[in-house]
Design a protein around this ligand. Structure first.
Ligand code: ATP
Length: 232
């Protein structure tokens, strides 16, 4: 689904990606790693939103920078989500639906899925942080795209919302949709993840079938000072 080879991305002196080579298969892939490690940059380069400084990336078989139309079949939720605050949730989701060639009826469906249908006609600047997260998730799911990228889908959600959102992702995965999920809260996805990639210091630190790398991931997330862990 994503094939990156020797991918580099620099922002002036900041070397955000320093030679990422990875093949992300269909299914659900979790991308993990420390703050500032390059996860979101990798996602944005893979989507063709940033041009690689060096190296190549292919998304669904195409160079996403040269073929931005590839994004039409992909849903994306960024973190933090960025919205035009003076518009309503409905106006924003309709804009996304049009850009994706979906029909306006899909907006209500996506809003219902994430429980924000009552807020659709309110201006986004009145949304709480949890509602903003739900709006960004609805944005990623509107039009039922084949592939969904989610950056921190569980951030700003209360404890009860976590199983709800994970359950939605599980149902969609069972219907054949693929996911690329960046999340510091990875445990709720453990049973769903097919593949895992750990990005640290702009490089792939660890990758593989999720079941095979779970133990290494558990060690990585042990508290600092616990010498059973591994340093990233
Ligand atoms: N648009 C940008 N302009 C300049 N520097 C950037 C930009 N985007 C990211 N960076 C820098 O690139 C590095 C990698 O950032 P990135 O957001 O990809 O990391 P991350 O692994 O997603 O981090 P986090 O877990 O904190 O979200 C950081 O040093 C960041 O400050």
């Amino acid at each position: 689904m994503i094939e990156a080879e020797n991918l580099h991305k620099y922002f002036g002196p900041i070397k955000a990606l320093q030679g990422i080579t990875v093949e992300i298969p269909e299914g659900l892939t979790l991308i993990l790693g420390p703050n500032g490690g390059g996860k979101s940059t990798f996602m944005k380069v893979s989507l063709g939103l940033y041009r690689p400084t060096k190296g190549t990336v292919r998304l669904l078989g195409k160079d996403p920078w040269r073929h931005p139309e590839t994004r039409e079949s992909i849903g994306v939720a960024f973190d933090p989500g960025r919205f035009p605050k003076l518009t309503t949730g409905r106006e924003w989701l309709e804009f996304i639906a049009r850009a994706r060639g979906a029909n306006p009826g899909d907006v209500e469906k996506a809003a219902r899925l994430f429980g924000i249908e009552e807020a659709l006609d309110r201006r986004i600047d009145g949304y709480s942080s949890g509602m903003l997260k739900r709006l960004s998730l609805a944005q990623a799911f509107v039009g039922e795209p084949e592939v969904v990228f989610l950056d921190e889908p569980l951030a700003n959600l209360d404890f009860e919302s976590v199983p709800e959102i994970v359950g939605i992702i599980k149902r969609w995965k069972e219907r054949g949709r693929s996911f690329v999920i960046i999340s510091h809260i990875w445990e709720p996805f453990e049973a769903l993840a097919d593949y895992g990639v750990v990005i640290s210091g702009g490089k792939v630190y660890l990758e593989g079938e999720f079941g095979q790398i779970t133990q290494d991931i558990v060690k990585m997330f042990r508290p600092v000072g616990d010498n059973r862990g591994r340093d990233l």
